[in-house]
Design a protein around this ligand. Sequence first.
Ligand code: AMP
Ligand code: TRP
Length: 338
Amino acid sequence: MTTPTFTPRVFSGIQPSGGLTLGNYLGAIKRFVQMQEEGLPTVYCMVDLHAITVWQDPADLRHNTRELAAGFIASGISPEKSILINQSQVPEHAQLGWVFSCVARMGWMQRMTQFKDKAGKNTQNVSLGLFGYPALMAADILVYHATHVPVGEDQKQHLELTRDIATKFNHDYGVDFFPITEPVIEGAATRVMSLRDGSKKMSKSDPSDASRINMTDDADTIARKIRKAKTDPDALPSETEGLTERPEARNLVNIYAALSDQSVDQVLNEVGGQQFGSFKPLLAELAVAKLSPISTEMARLMSDPAEIDRILARGAEQAREITVPILEKTYEIMGMVR
Ligand code: AMP
Ligand code: TRP
């Protein structure tokens, strides 16, 4: 069997289940923009079908989907250069998702740590969709034959499952049809932590708003949250090793590095020896300088939701030029009568 080479294509998605956080921006969106600017074909998606694995108020889901689209565009994703979609307008995602839930094995799914974290003790009462979620995620990616997927660290296991599904499908049907996707987990902030607890991921679902920076926070709110961020009493070290065992300090330095496009070493060269009392205002100033143009542009875009809807409708048309033939070919390989 010859191994076909797949032309590079980038796909990634974010759930419209709340507002965007600094974690989404630094862990994912910033890299999405870079990959677009490298001239690669890119598809970026608001995964509304993933969001409903946990009940969403319909008005909130509609608002959050548009606001997420506005966040993408305000951060530099251009609908002229990238295909920008919401998942439910491209039905082939869900169709291939069903196929993949017949390829994935129960044992594989039971190992998913995100499911275990989200379900907690409540495993009997969460939706079946929450359990099957990674099969739909694999379909999102593979229905484009995407080869590269930029994500934060927390998605690594789901991308390994995507590779397992592609490998098993190819093997079971004796084809080399689906590519083995590469995760792209890069940068100083692939795992941005909560401002209140350096052992927890910054998340839009954390009950404490002070734990995260939202992309829609104003300058005063950002400055206040950084001022109140949990730290330790020591000064900042001059070397990276000095951050081990200091999760809160490491998190703030990582954020500074990612926002200023520097390495952690470069940042510590500049700020090593400083107390948090002087570092935090620097970080707040940098965060406001980087984020406020984005939130201003988001607000402007949100004043014309019809334009956002037009962009997403056009994105869906462009997307389906890719997804319809790939789904058709998948069905044909499997023996579905056409
Ligand atoms: P979600 O908000 O869970 O849909 O995540 C969307 C993208 O943002 C994924 O690529 C995540 O890995 C990334 N992401 C979410 N939270 C963080 C975080 N705290 N640090 C880094 N990346 C994150
Ligand atoms: N599971 C991802 C998250 O919660 C969102 C997602 C869905 C995704 N489909 C995807 C990410 C495909 C990358 C590629 O963050």
